[in-house]
Design a protein around this ligand. Sequence first.
Ligand code: GAR
Length: 210
Amino acid sequence: MCESLVSPDYSQTAIDAQKPLKLGIMASGSGSNFAAIATAISNNVLPAQVQVVIYNNPGAKVAERAQEQGIPTKLINHRDYQSRERFDQEVVAALKAADVDWVIMVGWMRRATQVLVDAFPRRMLNIHPSLLPNFPGIHAIEQALDYGVKISGCTVHIVTLEVDSGPILMQAAVPVLPDDTADTLHARVQVQEHRIIVDAIAKLAQDQAT
Ligand code: GAR
């Protein structure tokens, strides 16, 4: 199957970076992208360390995955806060307490407020399962299928106030097959997500080192 890639592979060139990037991961669900990042770090192909994993859904599998690796986790449940801003204040406090340089949203299903964006200006990445600016939001895969697009994919971008928008760092294209379901398409998109999220962080590390 053809997989056309827009981004070069930065993972190898990043090995020599002097100073590991200190990452704060934000996730709401299964954490397969977190696992890809953690694996790249432990395989020494990504000069980074995960300072903390913040999650907002009790029981999210990402927390289990992080704890298995001895990575600190913090549950901040948005249901406990009266406003998005108060919630984001708590998230920022946890990220700052963990001494995070870069924030990586991998399946974080909450819109960022000004509080969060101002705390880490142009220092937050998000991964999204479509070729943005098409299909932002939480139903990207289903919408791609409904529209009948023949090529979908995934995007890593800098986080801004708008949902799933901001300067694009990397994309990968994934063909949509005639018999695709949301599950089969998402599975193939995720293979590419796991690659470009690592490559995007490797690129940050490389840029920091030069
Ligand atoms: C990923 O496909 C990511 O692109 C998506 O959530 C999934 C999380 O998977 N994010 C969004 O839709 C953001 N709008 P994971 O928990 O297995 O990493």
